[in-house]
Design a protein around this ligand. Structure first.
Ligand SMILES: Cc1cc2nc3c(=O)[nH]c(=O)nc-3n(C[C@H](O)[C@H](O)[C@H](O)COP(=O)(O)O)c2cc1C
Length: 204
């Protein structure tokens, strides 16, 4: 007889029934029409920003011979809308909710994490550190190990919920960034956000 093995996963203090969870931005609430959300290990909505953002101009996706390129620019209705409309909708499911957040500065990451970390429907926070540090050098937070450490350390101080650092693959040594995130207080890592890409038609 084959023993049934547990598929459960531990992320800090949070236990997931299984390790399957959607990638932020590639999965919306309308997906409940094609699958049972309660079968998932966790739900991860699209990244939210503090203030509303229009995102990039269309077209935002481009099909290529090697796959798909996207440039959405984190379209967001802002944190108050998210709290009022998005969280209650996701909160109706049994699967834990991991809020994905993007911010322009470490202060903004802290502010959002403190608010979301104290919300009853938020079980963990995924920090999208692949977005640009506009108060710093404009590079993604997750491109610099020191910035990543500082960011995680400061967010860790404002909330007790499990923290996941979503790394950018657009670095020379992702190991250094991963170690910095862990030392700063990340309970888990998401590996990884989208690769920078360009599509060139060599005939035209
Ligand atoms: C249309 C689209 C929107 C995305 N939006 C977000 C987002 O809001 N936040 C985020 O952290 N990642 C976002 N991503 C990145 C995905 O969550 C994922 O990390 C990426 O597609 C790489 O996953 P893969 O290696 O399985 O392809 C987006 C990706 C796509 C294709």
């Amino acid at each position: 007889m084959i023993a049934k093995r547990s598929k459960s996963v531990q992320i800090g203090s949070l236990t997931l029934a299984n390790p399957v969870m959607p990638a932020s931005g590639a999965f919306g609430p309308e997906m409940h029409e094609v699958m049972d959300f309660n079968e998932l290990g966790a739900l991860v909505p699209k990244s939210i920003t503090k203030d509303p953002r229009p995102g990039n101009k269309t077209p935002r996706v481009c099909e290529t011979s090697g796959g798909m390129i996207n440039s959405i620019g984190i379209q967001s209705k802002g944190l108050p809308y998210y709290i009022e409309h998005v969280l209650p909708e996701y909160g109706t499911y049994r699967a834990p909710l991991i809020s994905s957040i993007s911010a322009d500065s470490i202060e903004e990451f802290c502010e959002m994490s403190e608010i979301l970390g104290s919300h009853k429907d938020v079980d963990a926070i995924e920090l999208n550190i692949s977005c640009p540090n506009l108060k710093g050098d404009g590079l993604a937070f997750g491109m610099d190990a020191d910035v990543t450490y500082d960011l995680m350390k400061r967010v860790r101080k404002v909330t007790d919920v499990p923290l996941i650092a979503k790394l950018t693959p657009n670095v020379t040594s992702i190991q250094d960034i991963a170690i910095a995130a862990e030392k700063g207080g990340a309970d888990a890592l998401t590996v990884a956000n989208t690769l920078l890409a360009m599509s060139i038609d060599i005939n035209t």
